[in-house]
Ligand binder design. Structure first.
Ligand SMILES: Cc1ncc(COP(=O)(O)O)c(C=O)c1O
Length: 369
């Protein structure tokens, strides 16, 4: 397919970044700085500063970050972990694989955890509550924190899609005991492969995670306990460190594109669009995705594809309807309806204004608007 607008445009991204990244890659490899070297320490320090967290620990990917946290928190059989079904499987799997029972909450109008339902899902077995800051928007953390404190549960934020999102100046991923970010290539901050990080304000937990990600080692020879191999490659860290410095500009670009979509699509009957970037001065959403909803979802996808527009349906089947996960006893009507109605329009910093105009015109034509 010859797309006029790609959902994510890796070739274009590489062409733009090549002059800056090639010397960094060359230099890192030429020095032999491949594992746990200065570039990783620099990136961790810069990431912690960017988010306002005390510590950032680079790991192999976000899923492994959650795995290390589930281990460090000693989550196991008999524990309940409360989260949403409108998320990637990785939010839940590291906890379930340690024997915990997932407890699922439905979503609200903004596709995020309906925190109003949390209190009724929490029991004396609840160990962890995992809000997922989906699409670059922060969950209502005041309510999550209140329920968690009352239940004696810890909050682990899945901030895979929300690096740089804030509410009242506080960054998504700094509200709970710990959080995880994904640097999968399509993310706000993407690596050239898999990568992730755990953030925490708890120094002791951060030190534990540093050991767990590297076989339980302290220094070269001493082993403190059983561990994993979940290190963030030094080369990826060097690339991520340069990209992190560009991130504020890329976020501004995403917010500009969201504003353009908002202006062009807000009055289309039969189509719902995300809350606009300027609609709430307390919030700064970073638009990892631009999800729109309509009853005519599948026909709209065909229409957009025919106009050369690549779109994404992240999760057409809700997690609790996936065969083999043993979650079918949950009834989550809003999650189920959303999975039938949602699609994400192209949203990435390389997107040109004319491309947003092309996508928006195509959407308006479909609805006869
Ligand atoms: C909400 C959410 N959680 C977790 C993950 C897992 O991230 P990773 O691929 O870095 O393990 C993703 C990645 O797509 C995600 O979107």
């Amino acid at each position: 397919m010859d797309w006029r607008v790609r959902f994510v445009d890796y070739p274009e991204q590489w062409q733009r970044q090549r002059p800056e990244l090639l010397p960094i890659i060359e230099d890192t490899i030429a020095r032999g700085d491949l594992m746990l070297r200065q570039q990783l320490r620099d990136f961790e320090e810069h990431l912690a500063r960017f988010t306002g967290s005390a510590r950032a620990v680079g790991v192999s990917n976000c899923t492994d970050g959650l795995r290390l946290l589930a281990h460090a928190l000693d989550v196991g059989p008999g524990d309940e972990v409360v989260t949403v079904a409108h998320t990637f499987i990785a939010t839940i799997s590291p906890f379930v694989l340690r024997g915990a029972t997932p407890v699922l909450v439905d979503i609200g109008d903004d596709h995020l955890m309906d925190t109003g339902q949390l209190a009724e899902r929490v029991t004396d077995r609840t160990r962890v509550i995992i809000p997922v800051h989906l699409n670059g928007r922060t969950v209502d953390m005041a309510e999550v924190t209140k329920v968690a404190d009352h239940a004696g549960a810890v909050v682990v934020e899945d901030a895979a899609q929300a690096l740089g999102a804030t509410v009242d100046g506080q960054t998504a991923g700094t509200f709970g005991l710990a959080s995880t970010y994904s640097f999968y290539p399509a993310k706000l901050l993407g690596a050239l492969g898999d990568a992730g990080a755990v953030l925490t304000g708890d120094e002791e937990l951060a030190e534990r995670l540093m050991r767990l990600r590297d076989h339980g080692r302290v220094g070269k020879a001493e082993i403190d306990g059983w561990g994993y191999n979940c290190r963030l490659d030094n080369l990826q860290a060097a690339i991520l460190d340069w990209r992190l410095a560009q991130l504020p500009g890329w976020i501004e670009r995403r917010r500009h594109l969201a504003r353009m979509y908002d202006e062009r699509l807000h009055d289309v009957p039969g189509l719902e669009i995300p809350v606009g970037p300027d609609s709430d001065s307390r919030r700064r959403d970073v638009f990892q995705n631009y999800p729109v909803t309509t009853d005519a979802r599948d026909r709209l996808v065909e229409h957009l594809n025919a106009d050369g527009v690549e779109v994404l349906i992240s999760w057409p089947v809700p997690l609790h309807h996936q065969r083999g996960l043993d979650l079918s006893h949950w009834s989550l009507p809003r999650t189920e309806a959303l999975c039938r109605r949602v699609l994400s329009l192209p949203m990435h910093p390389e997107l040109e204004d004319w491309q947003v105009e092309h996508v928006s015109d195509s959407v308006r034509r479909f609805f006869g608007a």
